[in-house]
Write a protein of this length. Structure first.
Ligand code: LMR
Length: 395
């Protein structure tokens, strides 16, 4: 039975992580997988997470099943974080929420749900998009189409091309948008562009699907959700996939949320029964721990303030690294000023795959073949090394 299976190439992001781990050169620098790193290069457990875990250890009184929807308190708290605490949509009866195993779980279950809505659903994803979007959505059987997004020339969003491509979408098609901190480019829509996209979606009867995995790591918790909130106010139906991996540093705890906004309560109730049945058929129910931590933090004013302060510090560190990198490159006579205009953990350096390989082989500097770097992997100490190596391969 198994003899017909062929080996697949490594995942471009996780495979690189393995290569990095196997590299014995002590000076190696990891700008690959998107995890936050502090000035020492560690990915720490956030202080509020530690405190919440201590509290849970003392207070948790059961390990009984939590059910396909997960914890209602977590869902409510996440809806508040994403849509704004006092958003009337949260208690409108139109919003179905599922706690999911990470943002990936949310994306995949959204795709399964869309398949149930229509067997021939097409989802439009940005070109480029996060490497796992297509496997997650296409693997569920959705048709994938791409819309133009990032311009290599301007290092920003090619908004005209994006709108032109989305004009080709047909009523009922789904449009996947990155809520903030676009992965891999770091180039985000501004609020006027969000409004123009919203108008187009409404005019053409397209369904918005927002993946928001970096809330708080771009411009701050509320500003990063501004586009999503604008959309939610104006469209009848919406899907949101959210991740707590980065902003709570809960990567391995697989904590995320899927939200489906329906046009009315009756449709929401029908949709919820379909979604929870699909979850039951896939993994039955999500793991509890990470979501319990998030709920504890978001519902306790002291822990929440502690978490927000640490998240703000992380965001400022990333912004500072962007500035430092630009300054360092300018000293080498190279203009990388676009890096300081972009937001979140990622940016493209704009070098060729050969140059990326040269950086890895000759300088032990790791990044994705597309030249996407995890800015949080930079540090005041390693920026001069990265800049020197980059100058060497560009020349
Ligand atoms: C990334 O883009 O590097 C992260 O989202 C990690 C992952 O799972 O790919």
């Amino acid at each position: 039975m198994f003899e017909h299976l062929k080996a697949l190439p490594q995942d471009p992001i996780l495979g690189l992580l393995q290569l990095f781990r196997n590299d014995s050169r002590p000076e190696k620098i990891d700008l690959g997988v998107g995890v936050y790193k502090d000035a020492q290069g560690n990915t720490p457990v956030m202080n509020a997470v530690k405190l919440a875990e201590q509290r849970l250890l003392e207070q948790e009184d059961t390990k009984a099943y939590i059910g396909p929807a997960g914890a209602a308190g977590f869902g409510r708290a996440m809806a508040g974080l994403l849509l704004g605490d006092s958003n009337p949509l949260i208690d409108s009866g139109r919003l179905t929420i599922a706690q999911t195993p990470g943002g990936c779980g949310a994306l995949r279950m959204a795709a399964e749900f869309l398949k149930l809505c229509s067997a021939d659903t097409t989802v439009w994803v940005s070109n480029p998009t996060w490497g796992n979007h297509i496997p997650l959505l296409g693997g569920a059987g959705l048709n994938i189409k791409q819309y133009s997004y990032y311009s290599k020339e301007t290092h920003g969003v090619d908004f005209d091309a994006m709108m032109e491509d989305l004009q080709q979408a047909k009523a009922g098609d789904v449009v996947l948008l990155h809520g903030c901190c676009h992965n891999p480019s770091g180039a985000d829509l501004n609020i006027e562009q969000w409004q123009a996209v919203t108008n187009l979606l409404v005019d053409k009867g397209l369904l918005p699907f927002v993946d928001i995995a970096y809330q708080g790591l771009g411009l701050g918790l509320d500003k990063d959700a501004a586009g999503l909130r604008l959309l939610a106010e104006q469209v009848p139906e919406l899907i949101i996939a959210a991740s707590c991996s980065k902003n709570f540093g809960l990567y391995r705890e697989r904590t995320g949320a899927l939200m489906v906004l329906s046009a009315n309560e009756a449709q929401a109730a029908n949709g919820a029964s379909q979604l929870f049945s699909a979850i039951r058929g896939h993994y039955s129910m999500p793991p509890s721990h990470g979501a319990a931590v998030v709920e504890t933090i978001l519902t306790d004013s002291e822990l929440r303030a502690n978490w927000e302060a640490e998240l703000t510090e992380m965001t400022h560190r990333i912004l500072g690294l962007r500035e430092q990198f630009v300054t360092e490159m300018a000293q080498h006579g190279l203009d990388f000023s676009f890096i300081a205009q972009q937001r979140g953990m990622f940016s493209f350096l704009g070098i060729t795959p050969e140059q990326v390989l040269q950086l890895r082989n000759e300088h032990a500097i790791y990044m994705i073949d597309s030249s996407r770097v995890n800015v949080a992997g930079l540090s005041t100490e390693n920026i001069p090394t990265v800049a020197n190596a980059l100058k060497a391969v560009i020349k």
